[in-house]
Design a protein around this ligand. Structure first.
Ligand code: SF4
Ligand code: SF4
Length: 290
């Protein structure tokens, strides 16, 4: 399985994908089921980019934190040199198979990632440099090992997306996809992103539990003006936190202000730093007195 879900320009160079783009009404001939001769073949050699929503679903399913999930099941990559990072599924140790593959099929089927749901369809999200909206089209991946294409069932891409539960996954993944396209289409105009911005992007997109700790932190609350109801939902609700992270990234990286800052945030920060410096001095003096 090798379908990226956020592909730009020439996605199919050196790949087995038929380079023709379709709309949702396009009819494909495909069926996949347990018992088909190639069962599991697509999960034996994985190259799966995860969306933030994929991670949210999987970590919840496994009952672990995002930090644990990232460490055990993923590895990071850069979309471009010194640019924002993505994460891919880490195959089994010493092999290429998905860690969730079993003889019975996918062990996380109800929460499988977007790419797995789409296969053998590829989602193409593109944005032209002179436009501020995204275009969506689809393509068909035809790999020799996949015998589902030989089945007689015909289905439109629209119905296939519904069948695979992709409306929800695409809806929740849209903000992240747009961010990546925005970053790519901005190119050098966006300048060099600071390490802090890159870390924020990674944490708010992929490591939600760590991002939640950040949202709870004194520094964050001294800077941003969050009302109690919003703060409560960010502490309890992963999806609300994910959406908030998207807004914070846009504010920090693109200057799209949507989160109110405390009027005296800067002054308070300077004051706080002075207090900490003074405290350190006092402690050091205390040490030398002993
Ligand atoms: S998550 Fe499931 S469907 Fe996706 S590659 Fe792994 S085993 Fe296959
Ligand atoms: S038909 Fe294709 S998608 Fe289904 S199990 Fe076989 S290789 Fe995988």
């Amino acid at each position: 399985m090798a379908v990226d879900i956020s592909i730009e320009e020439s996605p199919f160079a050196a790949s087995p994908v038929v380079p023709e783009q379709f709309g949702e009404d396009h009819v494909i001939k495909f069926r996949c089921y347990k018992g088909i001769e190639c069962f599991n073949a697509c999960c034996r050699n994985i190259d799966i980019t995860l969306t933030p929503y994929d991670i949210l679903r999987l970590k919840k399913r496994l009952g672990i934190s995002s930090t644990e999930f990232l460490a055990k099941y993923t590895f990071p990559f850069e979309f471009a040199k010194n640019s924002i990072a993505g994460v891919k599924m880490l195959p089994v140790e010493g092999g290429t198979e998905c860690q969730f593959m079993t003889e019975e099929g996918c062990s996380v089927y109800e929460d499988r990632p977007t790419s797995c749901r789409y296969y053998p369809v590829g989602l193409l999200s593109t944005r032209r440099a002179d436009e501020n909206f995204d275009r969506t089209s689809y393509a068909l991946v035809q790999e020799d090992h996949c015998k589902g294409h030989l089945e007689e069932r015909e289905i439109t891409i629209r119905d296939y997306r519904k069948e695979q539960g992709l409306e929800e996954y695409d809806e929740e993944g849209r903000g992240w996809r747009q961010l990546i396209l925005k970053m790519k289409s901005a190119g050098p105009a966006i300048g060099t992103l600071s390490k802090k911005s890159l870390r924020l992007f990674f944490m708010a997109c992929y490591d939600l539990d760590r991002f939640r700790e950040f949202v709870k932190s004194e520094g964050f609350n001294a800077t941003f003006d969050i009302d109690d109801a919003t703060r409560e939902s960010l502490l309890q609700d992963d999806l609300a936190l994910l959406k908030f992270g998207d807004r914070l990234i846009r504010q920090v990286m693109f200057g799209e202000e949507s989160i109110a800052r405390k009027a005296d945030a800067y002054e308070r920060l300077v004051e706080r730093r002075k207090e900490v410096a003074k405290l350190r001095e006092e402690l050091e003096d205390g040490d030398s007195d002993v």
